[in-house]
Design a protein around this ligand. Structure first.
Ligand code: RTP
Ligand code: MG
Length: 135
């Protein structure tokens, strides 16, 4: 089923010059770019995006990281795009993510793991409405 998903190319990827590398993996897979914007978010936006995590122990450093510089927000469309993007991204912890995935090939961190992808149709709808209300 064709669906949309929301992706962040996180500040570590922007700092490391990996935006093109990451984008090219999604494009090469056959996903369609629906929206793309580079922006720097504040703590309030981080709290909204990561609403499910704000009470977690790991959230304060995650909040500092995600607001630490420009990121690139995307909406991608394609068949089963939510699951496909999470498979391309790999496991959360870059040290454990499989080779061949974005995190497995390019990250050595559990926090600075380059990308975010929506984890369900409900999350995708919520995140797209938050980041790209015009869509
Ligand atoms: P994402 O939401 O970014 O696509 O990643 P995910 O589903 O694989 O991981 P999730 O559990 O939703 O965690 C969100 C982000 O928080 C950071 N994190 N740090 N224990 C830790 O220090 C820890 N655990 C998670 C990562 O940046 C992760 O992507
Ligand atoms: Mg998640």
């Amino acid at each position: 089923m064709t669906q949309r998903t929301f992706v962040i190319i996180k500040p570590d990827a922007v700092r490391r010059g990996l935006v093109g590398e990451v984008l090219s993996r999604y494009e090469a897979k056959g996903l369609t770019l629906v929206a793309l914007e580079q922006r720097t978010i504040d703590g309030a936006m981080a709290d909204q995006h990561y609403a499910e995590h704000v009470e977690r122990d790991f959230y304060p450093p995650l909040r500092t990281f995600i607001t630490s510089g420009p990121l690139v927000a995307l909406v991608l469309e394609g068949d089963e795009s939510i699951e496909v993007v999470r498979a391309l991204n790999g496991a959360t912890d870059g040290r454990k993510a499989a080779p061949g995935t974005i995190r497995g090939d390019l990250s050595l961190s559990n926090r600075e793991n380059l990308v975010h992808g929506s984890d369900s149709p409900e999350s995708a709808a919520r995140e797209i409405a938050l980041w790209f209300p015009e869509l």
